[in-house]
Design a protein around this ligand. Structure first.
Ligand code: SF4
Ligand code: SF4
Length: 154
């Protein structure tokens, strides 16, 4: 679902707002790692063809054409067939939250949430990013939603 390269990320301060436009880009040619509890839920329900093993964990299966096993197309929009139960990695995309500035950028990535400072980035390739001065909606609603998801860890 996401690359591990800091160069693929942009700090939140360069982003005006974000909203998913269902372009499907993050569901094609991306490996989606599964938490163990996600694997334990998805594999029995959708069958062994829905997942594939990696070196240390399981991933959602990538079909020969690069699509995620669960990606469907409806008209011009791409639809996730397990939208309500999609993995944590999918729900976090395109946001990357950490307690340290491990992807660089320093101050432009700092985000104060309650008593804590987080580092918040977005994957640049996401088509739903609008670059610019951060809007109040982005600061007060969008980013906190992803920090809460990050803190929940699932
Ligand atoms: S790349 Fe971004 S806009 Fe496109 S489907 Fe993924 S999250 Fe939505
Ligand atoms: S589970 Fe859904 S959101 Fe995640 S990569 Fe597959 S199609 Fe995309």
């Amino acid at each position: 679902m996401s690359s591990t390269q800091g160069e693929s990320l942009v700090p939140w301060r360069l982003v005006e707002n974000w909203r998913c436009v269902s372009c499907g880009r993050c569901c094609i040619n991306h490996r989606v790692p599964l938490l163990f509890k996600e694997y334990a839920r998805i594999e029995p329900k959708y069958g062994p063809r829905s997942v594939e093993p990696g070196e240390k964990e399981f991933y959602l299966r990538i079909l020969p054409d690069g699509r995620c096993f669960f990606l469907s197309k409806r008209g011009t929009l791409f639809i996730c067939r397990i939208h309500d139960e999609k993995p944590y990695a999918c729900r976090m995309f395109p946001f990357r939250v950490s307690k340290t500035a491990k992807y660089g950028y320093g101050e432009p990535s700092f985000f104060q949430y309650g008593d804590e400072t987080f580092n918040v980035y977005l994957e640049k390739e996401c088509q739903g990013i609008v670059f610019g001065e951060p809007s109040l909606e982005f600061i007060n609603r969008v980013i906190p939603r992803f920090i809460q998801l990050y803190l929940s860890g699932c």
